[in-house]
Design a protein around this ligand. Structure first.
Ligand code: ZN
Length: 286
């Protein structure tokens, strides 16, 4: 871990000391982002589009108004789901679970949609941008499991995308158009409409108001706000840093590289979460 510009091992240790002192006071509310899951092989979803893509993010407008765009989203997502399903929590997720088990956390808010906090032992996680493990029907509102959808999609699309891993070893399920068009989507189990959406917040979509208010409540009751692995570029997360800062609640940020919230941070550790968090948890829970 390093800090700009004249950082050496001693400076890094000092920042970790300051972080440990703050977290030891308890009632820490965690706000995590994509950087926490990169060690688990999850690409940076940025805004939780939920499909493995590198180029154009899916927007809510395209998804809801363009049947062809929606169809292609599901085709790519069907292939990309293998990578999500196979992902495992990393040392950073487990360290958050350990800090919570030790009674040091007042809440966990995540911008991630991968479910890895929960798999890593965290409880009562608020999924700010929803979760990829379930779908919601835009027609009737039914919420169903993604695993169940995956089974139905496999039945409807035997062999589909079988060779995509050879084409894109990095897991980006960018498929040729003709292949995408051959994908067969299935309908909602309740109403039958072909209107399923992953239960995640797309670009251009707002986070449900009650969820936001719940998070503000957590932050307002916090002893400190600990940002993990987020550059805070999207306002949906950054607003919690602004709220904490305005209320005089200390803000700590652990991230690789600069973040939008650095000027508001009382403690800043620039280092890999997979190293910083286990060290932090070892100090405080050992
Ligand atoms: Zn439905």
């Amino acid at each position: 871990m390093t800090a700009a510009p004249a950082a050496g091992p001693r400076a890094a240790a000092t920042f970790l000391d300051a972080l440990a002192d703050l977290v030891a006071e308890g009632d820490v509310v965690v706000l995590s982002g994509a950087g926490l899951s990169t060690d688990s092989g999850i690409p940076d979803y940025r805004g939780a589009s939920g499909s493995l893509r590198r180029h154009t993010p899916m927007t809510y407008q395209t998804f809801t108004r363009d049947p062809r765009g929606r169809h292609r989203y599901w085709a790519r997502s069907f292939v990309g789901w293998r990578q999500i399903r196979g992902a495992r929590p990393n040392a950073g997720h487990r360290a958050v679970g350990d800090l919570q088990a030790a009674g040091l956390l007042g809440g966990v808010i995540t911008q991630n949609v991968d479910g890895l906090h929960q798999a890593g032992g965290a409880r009562d996680v608020v999924e700010l941008h929803g979760g990829l493990d379930r779908t919601v029907c835009l027609h009737c509102g039914d919420v169903a499991s993604r695993a169940g959808l995956d089974e139905r999609l496999h039945e409807a699309n035997p062999g589909f995308g079988r060779h995509s891993d050879e084409v894109n070893p990095d897991g980006d399920a960018e498929l040729p158009e003709a292949v995408l068009d051959g994908f067969v989507m299935v309908g909602c189990l309740v109403c039958g409409e072909e209107a399923l959406k992953p239960d995640v917040v797309f670009f251009g979509e707002t986070v449900p108001r009650d969820r936001v208010e719940h998070c503000f409540g957590l932050v307002e009751g916090a002893g400190s706000l600990l940002v993990l692995g987020s550059s805070l570029t999207v306002m949906s997360g950054y607003r919690f840093v602004l709220r904490a800062s305005r209320l005089g609640i200390p803000v700590a940020i652990v991230n690789v590289g600069a973040t939008r919230g650095d000027a508001k941070a009382d403690v800043r550790v620039d280092g890999p979460l997979g190293e910083v968090l286990p060290e932090l948890a070892a100090r405080l829970t050992g």
